[in-house]
Design a protein around this ligand. Sequence first.
Ligand SMILES: Nc1ncnc2c1ncn2[C@@H]1O[C@H](COP(=O)(O)OP(=O)(O)OP(=O)(O)O)[C@@H](O)[C@H]1O
Length: 241
Amino acid sequence: MRATIEVIGLRKRFGPTLALDGMSFTVEPGRVTAFVGPNGAGKSTTMRVVLGLDAADEGRALVGGRPYRTLRHPLRHVGALLDAAALQPGRTGRDHLLWLAHSQGLGAARVDQVLDLAGLGGGVARRRAGGYSLGMRQRLGLAAALLGDPAVLMLDEPFNGLDPEGIGWLRELLAGLAAEGRAVLVSSHLLSELQHVAGHLVVAERGRVVADTSVAALLAAGDRVTLEEAYLRLTGRRGDG
Ligand SMILES: Nc1ncnc2c1ncn2[C@@H]1O[C@H](COP(=O)(O)OP(=O)(O)OP(=O)(O)O)[C@@H](O)[C@H]1O
């Protein structure tokens, strides 16, 4: 399977709100693609449609060339972090992953591997998830995303709640996953964190893509020294003066 996410002309309406209005872009393997845009731009809705959690009114979303729902063991193809709060509070972190692993035909050894990878080895994973801090929940969500060793990763606000050490760890993890040839889509408002790892930038606004560009090319143009500055100009939130 070629590691890609293809978002093709998605339209999605929630009552009076047009959440997606022709959203189209491709996430290529071997790099981190930052998915940014103001609140309500349609980033989370796009990710939910890719994962089959929301149905689009028009358009298609493909993972490795196939609709998500046709993947037999989806976590082995695409790992996603959408809502780190979506945990059963009474279950331990390790049990949560064991349950997921079982559904995908994976064993306990892989669970312990990803717990270590996510910095949740040892006692933390055997505590009830209801008592986890936001940062711990994010790490557990990342461990879940990595469980099936997927070629495609899709992470919504993965830096949320991480402490400075955790942010550095996640940056390295993302860079390593891209270097292994995976397609990595990361939505975040923390542009300064993305600048260190993103090779490509997709900017969404009002349900559609307004910029789809290499980060190096963007930063090389004019005096745009930071991703945040370039983003603010692209979205017209700051003038050129
Ligand atoms: N289940 C829903 N019911 C009604 N409206 C929704 C629903 N989900 C999303 N929306 C609306 O669709 C639009 C796009 O929302 P979405 O969460 O995709 O944006 P976003 O770019 O992820 O925003 P943020 O950066 O704030 O997370 C918003 O106007 C939002 O209020």
